[in-house]
Design a protein around this ligand. Structure first.
Ligand code: BES
Ligand code: ZN
Ligand code: ZN
Length: 491
């Protein structure tokens, strides 16, 4: 990922690299006022290159001795943070193999609703995330090696305080997103529960404390659902509990609960090889929680945040859970396991029941829970299910500001009956197959939270990207990290 800095347009020289500016679809430029005097010439150059400002188009032209990167940002009415984030990612990708440094002439905010900080943050996020690559296990040849080192966000001298603030805030977010992407992309055998627990311990500095429960602790506590899922694996499970306390009085107490299946084979209800290919990503919920905690000591929100992460493999070893087995969860409810591939809800029900015993103002869980989430909402929209409208509205708004979409699915109580078991309090899959899988997952989890405001985020679709899109590369995406940081900052 490249480094982002703030600077002034007046101080930018041709030797500092090309200057990126934004071309509107139709005709016109989204330009900083200090560049307006060059607008007619720039537009003529754009026309000469047949550039029409279509989103995603990037080309270089020369004005005097200054190289310009003309970046299409789309229609004027659609210019917002997300458009800028995407366009900046495209600019950075274009520049990556061509230049070592780059200036970006920020447009003025298109409406009163957006501040210079908002725009500059979006630009910085796009530039950094667009150049993220996962190279831990890959040899990169000299020719493939990107040469772009840094991009400078340019505004007038009056904008400098805003630009510095934006670069700082965006830096925290993209560092956390990259950290989560790295974790999700890591090979499944290289991220054992104990490895991730050590990582959590290394994050627990300053205002963060870590408590790690081992298999023995889980047995003593009665976390039998987590233990059940872990039975098919030779590697022991663990449960990580992180606590961040702000200085002074906390305005709110928030719990973040993340699914940490370090590989999901399906267990005895074995997945097909094709469905297993990406299952190293089944810890993306827990990774997102770790990513948020990594950011907390830097952005220091005035809220207490606790993280709960059950970690285990889901494997079909000799002692594995068998369909028909009955588990007694932490809160005493019994669960008939009819499908060992519906394991996320098993480890989460213990974690949620545990968190529910402490009084939180909100409990947010993140889980790659159901393949149905991908069917229902695709890979760009996270499914949300909640018992509290206010919490949903807060998160949806945070998502909008952060550039991540969420959509609410209803926790239809009529569907609850389908989770009734003949021999236990609950069964872990619905008796009606192939219907409303994501909602069923949410309804199951709801049985383990009491009355606390709670929201379940199914990131099975959004935590992983199959192709390259504006500021995502194939693999882990870091879904919901920016949204959660934005949410915690807003409290
Ligand atoms: N980890 C999977 C869900 C998943 C699927 C995440 C595809 C990302 C992409 C989860 O544990 C699972 O296997 N769920 C089952 C539930 C079913 C057995 C009720 C599913 O979605 O098929
Ligand atoms: Zn599964
Ligand atoms: Zn799973």
């Amino acid at each position: 990922m490249i480094e982002i800095q703030a600077g002034t347009l007046e101080g930018f020289r041709p030797k500092d690299g090309p200057l990126a500016i934004f071309l509107l679809e139709g005709d016109g430029l989204a330009l900083h006022p200090s560049l307006k005097k060059h607008a007619p010439q720039i537009l003529a150059l754009a026309r000469g290159e047949n550039l029409r400002g279509r989103a995603g188009q990037v080309a270089s032209v020369t004005l005097g001795n200054q190289k310009l990167l003309l970046a299409g940002i789309g229609k004027k009415d659609h210019v917002d943070q997300e458009a800028l984030r995407r366009t900046c990612a495209q600019v950075a990708r274009y520049a990556q193999s061509r230049y070592t440094t780059l200036g970006v002439g920020l447009p003025v905010p298109p409406s009163k609703r957006l501040s210079t900080v908002d725009l500059a943050m979006a630009a910085a996020e796009g530039l950094a995330l667009g150049t993220y690559r996962y190279t831990k296990y890959k040899k990169i040849s000299k020719e493939e090696e990107p040469i772009l080192q840094k991009a400078v966000l340019l505004g007038s001298s009056r904008d400098q305080a805003a630009l510095h603030k934006a670069v700082h805030k965006a830096g925290i977010r993209v560092d956390s997103v990259a950290f989560v992407r790295d974790l999700v992309n890591q090979g499944p055998s290289d991220k054992k529960p104990e490895t991730l627990a050590s990582l959590a311990r290394s994050i627990a500095k300053g205002p963060i404390r870590a408590k790690i429960f081992t298999k023995k602790d889980l047995q003593a506590m009665g976390m039998n659902a987590i233990l059940g899922v872990a039975r098919g694996s030779p590697v022991e499970p663990c449960f990580v509990h992180l606590t961040y306390k702000p200085r002074g009085r906390a305005r709110k107490r928030i719990a973040l609960v993340g699914k940490g299946i370090t590989f999901d084979s399906g267990g005895l209800s074995l997945k097909s090889p094709q469905h297993m290919e990406t299952m190293k990503m089944d810890m993306a919920g827990a990774a997102a929680v770790l990513g948020v905690f990594k950011a907390l000591p830097v952005f220091k929100p005035q809220v207490e945040v606790q993280g709960f992460m059950p970690f285990t493999y889901n494997l079909p070893g000799g002692d594995a859970l068998k369909p028909g087995d009955i588990l007694r969860a932490y809160n005493g409810k019994t669960i008939e396991v009819l499908n060992t591939d519906a394991e996320g809800r098993l480890i989460l029900c213990d974690a949620l029941a545990y968190a529910s015993k402490m009084k939180f103002d909100a409990i947010i869980d993140l889980a790659t829970l159901t393949g149905s989430a991908l069917v229902a909402l695709g890979s760009k929209v996270t499914g949300a299910m909640t018992n509290n409208k206010g919490l949903w509205e807060d998160l949806q708004r945070a998502g909008q500001r952060a550039g991540e979409s969420l959509w609410e699915l209803p926790l239809v109580s009529e569907y609850k009956d389908s989770l009734r078991s003949k021999v236990a309090d609950l069964q872990n899959i619905s008796s009606i197959r192939g219907e409303a899988g994501t909602i069923i997952g949410g309804l199951f989890l709801q049985e383990f939270v009491d009355t606390a405001p709670w929201i379940h985020l199914d990131i099975a679709g959004t935590a992983w990207s199959n192709g390259t899109s504006a500021y995502q590369s194939p693999g882990g995406t870091g879904a919901m990290v920016r949204t959660l940081i934005e949410y915690l900052e807003s409290l």
